[in-house]
Write a protein that binds this ligand. Sequence first.
Ligand SMILES: Nc1ncnc2c1ncn2[C@@H]1O[C@H](COP(=O)(O)OP(=O)(O)O)[C@@H](O)[C@H]1O
Ligand SMILES: [Mg+2]
Length: 284
Amino acid sequence: MSASQLANREVVVDVVDLKKSFGDNEVLKGISGQIHRGEVICVIGPSGSGKSTLLRCLNLLEQPTGGNVFVEGVEVTDPDCDIDKVRADMGMVFQQFNLFPHLTVLENCTIGQMVVRKRSKSDAEAKARENLLRVGLADKEGAYPGQLSGGQQQRVAIARALSMDPELMLFDEPTSALDPELVGDVLSVMRKLASEGMTMFVVTHEMAFARDVADRVIFMDGGYIVEEGAPDQVIGNPQHQRTKTFLDRVLNPTKVGQIGAEDEAHAARHQSVPDADGDGDSRP
Ligand SMILES: Nc1ncnc2c1ncn2[C@@H]1O[C@H](COP(=O)(O)OP(=O)(O)O)[C@@H](O)[C@H]1O
Ligand SMILES: [Mg+2]
């Protein structure tokens, strides 16, 4: 989506000078921005920079200590807000899949619909089957999570979230806990969702995904948005030294090894960046 197309889109999430402290540790130092309908935003940045905290403040899994968050025009930071109602519109996919181990795949995908959306069992099952088909797991509805690979469990978690008919999907490093060979299937489900017009806010270390799929990339460091813009701009031609340093470490895992680079080493292990420009150096 171009910047001018985006400007005409409805605002789904509006964040105004968001701050969050844990004790005297201020981890979000004034974040502002908007997510538009149909937009895919990828958030990148070193470990500890506040990415998860930002995402969790959007649906009050963390209570902000300053600023305002509006979702679909409703101020979620207003103490009178019915947060359960707002949360129902926000699908959330975590690094750990958080499926119920004692429920089948189908049951995992219907329980929230029945409890929160008050759907009948048969309506919920029809919706769940539709979404299991979407993530390529139609044949697994009777399985238990423990019988599935990590990649399959994560796709169930995505189907579960989609079955709630969310207005937007929040992903917090959805592929970071997966074995490398299982990452691709989850990313291709996410690509498909993006191409179908889902509004997505994705914390990720998958630079190739961010580069191909995001409408906008946000680089965070130290509780601030340091840089944001089109992926080719932020990942391909970063303007700030901190962005350059981070990308250099993440895109060149073999350089990692100095003391102090542990944060990015985790990301680097899960990184596979195709040689986008064909010059053989696997750098953008
Ligand atoms: N529940 C919490 N209690 C105290 N400190 C926290 C809590 N959650 C996160 N933090 C701190 O906030 C900072 C940012 O964490 P986080 O948002 O998880 O970063 P990221 O997702 O970018 O790795 C870190 O210093 C972390 O230790
Ligand atoms: Mg995190």
